[in-house]
Design a protein around this ligand. Structure first.
Ligand code: SF4
Length: 418
């Protein structure tokens, strides 16, 4: 009998250029996950995240307390998918959270993720007033709606908190979910319920086939805070939680930093990968400098490409609005395209993807040699901008208006006759 699982694998394997058998082995080992909630409705394009798979891109959308426009967030989610996002996360914290989540689930055909603790925290007077029941009920509520993966900051426990207290971090905690839990634990003098009752979380995840994305509550928020003991302590805890999840048959992803200078990325990524037994690694950035607000999508893409070269698998889009404001639709598109570029650059050196990715570059080189503009646009990661730039300043020759008749490619081709 052919199962839904077989159909999923048969769909994913050719898209990733691997055999079904290899894909199955990687999933069984936990090195690859395909987030898909058993209750998700519609024809959802399955996405494989992890070792030997093409680098995936997530785009965060969502309302804030300051700015609530559900239609706009849905439009952002749709635009993200149109421009190549593999997954979308709804990080809403303003307005009717159930409505935003349910509308996004309906409007996009890719896996959707959330951070349920936002809803648990916001349903109370103050973040520290939520109960552990509120936290688990929020996870169940999102799972019931069909959410495919959830960020859970289970690695923020009393142990990591102690490392944070002893650190000399400038920015302490910049993860929103991580900050909620740190405040809650200190105020209530209790262990993080997601850590303490992790078995219960796994039961919920198992019931809905929900993928856990273990959040990096201790992710560094500036270059000076990168690679410290609090971060690595959390990574060790996350590694233990990965093992427990796999034992219960729950798919699990690990989230990583944050802000990391270029020369610390290799150590950071390889250490996390080893400590977490090669679970798929999902990164926000890393941003490789703190001083380029307005251009953080580029800063992040540089770090993301390098991180994936050393083993990261899944990049979260950073928009030009990062650190400044809730992103506009245009900034979501810009951030998505730039992150897709980083993902492709990473695939060009990634085991299992290198040949396929480089073939696209080879085809572009031939199209350039032939001055075949139509083909160049077909091969471009984002053809619209390329077409707009070319048509804004056309050339009278078949070349482009940089050299016109003096086109080097054309000239040498004529004389070399090839
Ligand atoms: S005109 Fe110059 S820049 Fe344009 S395609 Fe030819 S060599 Fe390249």
């Amino acid at each position: 009998m052919i199962t839904a699982e077989d159909i999923k694998l048969k769909r994913v394997a050719p898209a990733e250029g691997v055999s079904v058998e290899k894909l199955k082995r990687l999933i069984e080992s936990g090195r690859v996950v395909i987030p898909h909630n058993a209750r998700r409705e519609g024809d959802i394009v399955p996405k494989a995240i992890g070792e030997c798979m093409s680098t995936k891109v997530n785009v965060n959308v969502g309302t804030s307390k300051d700015y609530v426009n559900i239609d706009e967030e849905v439009a952002k989610a749709r635009a993200a998918v149109k421009y190549g996002a593999d997954t979308v996360m709804d990080l809403s914290t303003g307005g009717d959270l159930d409505e935003v989540r349910r509308r996004i689930l309906k409007e996009v055909n890719v896996p959707v993720g959330t951070v349920p603790i936002y809803q648990a925290a916001l349903s109370e007077r103050a973040v520290v007033d939520m109960s552990s029941d509120d936290m688990f009920n929020a996870v169940r509520r999102h799972a019931e709606d069909g959410i495919d993966f959830v960020t859970i900051h289970a690695g923020v426990n009393l142990n990591t908190l102690e490392r944070l207290r002893r650190s000399n971090r400038i920015l302490n905690v910049v993860s929103r979910g991580g900050a909620f839990l740190v405040a809650w634990m200190i105020h209530n003098e209790l262990e993080n319920p997601f850590y303490k009752e992790y078995d219960y979380l796994l039961e919920i995840a198992k019931e809905y086939e929900l993928t856990l994305s273990l959040g990096d509550g201790m992710r560094p928020g500036c270059i000076a805070d990168a690679s410290d003991r609090a971060k690595f302590m959390e990574n060790i805890i996350l590694g233990e939680l990965v093992t427990l999840a796999r034992e219960k048959g729950v798919q699990v992803i690990v989230e990583g930093p944050g802000h990391v200078p270029l020369d610390e990325i290799e150590t950071s990524v390889k250490a996390i990968k080893h400590i977490t037994d090669f679970a798929p690694l999902y990164l926000l950035g890393p941003l490789v400098t703190d001083i380029a607000p307005g251009y953080d999508h580029i800063v992040s893409a540089i770090g993301g490409a390098v991180a994936c070269m050393y083993g990261a698998d899944f990049l979260c889009m950073v928009s030009p609005s990062e650190h400044l404001a809730l992103p506009s639709l245009d900034h979501i598109i810009d951030g998505t395209v730039v992150t897709k570029i980083a993902a492709h650059i990473a695939d060009m050196v990634k085991a299992g993807q290198r040949e396929r990715a480089r073939q696209q570059d080879i085809e572009m080189a031939y199209a350039r040699r032939n001055l075949d503009w139509k083909r160049q646009f077909e091969l471009a990661i984002e053809p619209r901008e390329a077409g707009r730039i070319r048509s804004n300043r056309p050339s009278e020759s078949e070349a482009c208006s940089i050299c016109g008749d003096l086109c080097a490619i054309k000239l040498v081709k004529e004389f070399l006759k090839r």
